[in-house]
Design a protein around this ligand. Sequence first.
Ligand code: FAD
Length: 392
Amino acid sequence: MRPDLFQAPDYYNLDELLTDEHKMVRDAAREWVKREVSPIIEDYAQKAEFPKQIIKGLADIGAFGPYIPEEYGGAGLDQISYGLIMQEIERGDSGVRSTASVQSSLVMYPIWKYGTEEQRVKYLPKLASGEFMGCFGLTEPDHGSNPGGMITNFKDKGDHYLLNGAKMWISNAPFADIAVVWAKDEAGRIHGLIVERGMEGFTTPETHNKWSLRASATGELIFDNVKVPKENLLPNKSGLGAPLGCLDSARYGIAWGAIGAAMDCYDTALRYSQERIQFDKPIGATQLQQKKLAEMITEITKAQLLTWRLGVLRNEGKATTAQISMAKRNNVDMALTIARDARQMLGGMGITGEYSIMRHMMNLESVVTYEGTHDIHLLITGMDVTGFAAFK
Ligand SMILES: Cc1cc2nc3c(=O)[nH]c(=O)nc-3n(C[C@H](O)[C@H](O)[C@H](O)COP(=O)(O)OP(=O)(O)OC[C@H]3O[C@@H](n4cnc5c(N)ncnc54)[C@H](O)[C@@H]3O)c2cc1C
């Protein structure tokens, strides 16, 4: 892969909306991605392997629990800093961002918000430092967009719970030390349980043959009569709203992350268009290629504004699930369209691993599907504006 020459587009001087802390956090993450991720990521994506050696670096830039209070090992940052970290990591690779998102919003967040003080003290500092890695088990083979139909369940056996069922498509599963698992009790109510690697009957087979998020490890979670200690139940929230609350936080991070992938594709295509000569002039001097670039920077700028505003609302505790859905859907679609156009602009070179674009494009096919598909987010917006749920 070529040297990383990334320069971030900021067409509307949005840096002026950021605090010094935001810029410091973002620049540190940007510098780390250039140094530690860009040089190796293509190789790991080609090998379909997660680069475990970057876990410590991710922890050092505050990517694990950016908004978790410092007393639990988190970085104690605001929601915009969290978003900017996700943006910079996904500028490098969506799979690496997925690992950080899962750790922060899908593992640390529920332990912090729904867990006991003992659970917070036991798990959060180790998750923040990367000593423990976590995964989040909601999706099942027969229940993806409709997680409320899950069949994974646990029974009260007096001194422990007995957990049975299976989860599918779980990021980080093959190497996770703990899993936050969503399962139904005997009354059919959904609860979160912390399941630890090594518990008898708990296995995590890896999912192979992915063309997308190849540098992120994905797997199944299988529970065959797993005895889970009672103190591992997250007691402070139950029902489908509990996992959905985690997804709000993760989807918000994805909205920022997708901007990172889009910026990288735009920046690469812009530079290429200025250097690549055909018919005795740079391809960037042709109207057709300028149309693509002009539309890309317009869409990136709109997404940056939308997402910054969402960050302000999140900081004020006012962002709604539907607002987060809109940003996730819009930004991932925007990034995917830009990746496809940018790939074409590089001609044959666009399909190689010399450039990051094709990897971003393939990664974004997962990002547009997970944490609520493109269509499901449209239905959430539709329900929000009409008052009618069209899911069923
Ligand atoms: C790489 C990767 C990593 C993932 N990581 C995780 C993870 O860490 N943890 C986790 O729990 N899950 C994870 N997922 C699962 C992901 O969230 C699901 O794939 C996603 O929710 C969609 O579910 P599904 O694949 O079963 O598709 P389905 O729900 O079967 O949907 C298939 C199609 O039908 C459409 N559809 C469904 N219902 C409706 C409806 N009512 N009206 C109109 N259209 C509809 C969908 O939009 C989609 O286009 C991951 C997935 C991938 C690909």
